[in-house]
Design a protein around this ligand. Sequence first.
Ligand code: DQQ
Length: 544
Amino acid sequence: VNVKKEHRSGYHFQPTKHWINDPNGPMYYNGVYHLFYQYNPKGAVWGNIVWAHSVSKDLINWKKVEHAIFPSKPFDKYGCWSGSATVLPGNKPVILYTGIVDDKNTQVQNYAVPANLSDPYLREWIKPDNNPLIVADKAINGTYFRDPTTAWLGKDGHWRISIGGKKNNRGISYLYKSRDFMHWVKAKHPLHATAGTGNWECPDFFPVSATNGLDTSVVGPNVKHVMKVSLDATRFEYYTLGSYDVGKDRYIPDPDMIDGWNGLRYDYGNFYASKSFFDPSKNRRILWGWANESDSTDNDIKKGWAGVQLIPRTIVLDPNGKQLLQWPVEELETLRGNKVELSNKILNKGENVEIKGITAAQADVDVTFSFESLDKAEPFDPSWDRYDAQKICSQKGSTVEGGLGPFGLLTLASQNLEEYTPVFFRVFKDQDKHLVLMCSDASRSSIKDDKTKMKDGKDAYRPSFAGFVNVDLTEKKLSLRSLIDNSVVESFGAGGKTCITSRVYPALALFGNAHLYAFNNGTEAVKIDSLNAWTMNRPREMNH
Ligand code: DQQ
């Protein structure tokens, strides 16, 4: 394959070529982080799925090792799909994954263990003969039965896992229990289920606190649980916060949570099939998500690769108890190179300021804006759908003059602004409260009039991704961090309350021709309180 360098990431994880999707089985073991991921060893489209494997000491610099799991047995002959790792007592890692057993996509759950625990990289994995561990019973549709979670241990000494699926249009997170990890019994009730949500892929279930990460088995009166599912029909990931009733073995979302399409999302952009794990070395929980291409399949094939893993994010409970906060792992900062700073810079209506002196195509930008008053916030049109932020952003783009906002960054911009991907805020007034909209708008990201069709007949996808930010504006400040990486713009609003990832394919704003600006198109002046931007270096050892 002749791999096109254009649009490849500089510091986001990706292999040298071919297709990748879901991160699988992330874990920390004896000083090493392991990342497995869905990979097609034969091409830049989904298929022939194996678990590729990379290892790292710092989550940033990765070394590729042998594929860990690949089709070879009757219980996974047609594919080795997503799954999770659990480190069992005695420091013994085990992987649970979904095997495809026939050409009808029938799914079973298998396990694999390291061949040699003294190999620091755990290069070789064995799939014992007592696989599969779990097959669908008659009540389960075996073609919607996949993606086992990390196991958690109950006070009764039984392990639990959840497996995603659906019955009719009801999304289900099945619950299985085992005393010895080998014999699994389906619980009478699922862990959780929600009508009308369609198939649940890659469920994730774990405890959170506002201060640090928690091992997956932690329960207690002061602990909230997160239930995340990947909704296949929208390709977004939704989560609720709630409690885990250990007596009934059920998850109960908090009463004010929206459980379904209108719920909270990990990311309001291109972020899917994520998985979290507990990192005992730093007492944190890390979330890992995959970003697919937003280009046509034809272009994916032409460029010889598709998909990146996003920067791992530390997740904690927002002190308000109503949502999560996500932030790039601190290790990312080791890649920061040349730095520029700006402070106390007023942006009047229509003003742009270029952030010069860094490599704008590959940068980390952290900016705090402030404003004197909220008075000019535009009224929120009552006919708008509060849960369709993307539609509002597509109508109220970065060039549409507002009151307080739009203001933010123009990333991956060409010199004369023929191309740019704006990441910005716009503040609305809705009766007595304010609504903060955050957008990452790909609609002007490329001048290429791309007539190559997506597989499903659609044009290359350039959505105006957006979400609301549940932030207190008393201090009249809004912060934004964007990780810009050639074709990736991964942004964190208000300290990680709202995250949006875009994939874009500029034709002009490439490498040294990319620029970065801060802008304001609202009538209220905004001030750049402080802005720090860094050129991002490449990791030492990428996945080559
Ligand atoms: N991808 C895997 C499945 C999972 C889906 C197959 C989510 O196990 O449900 O590659 O992207």
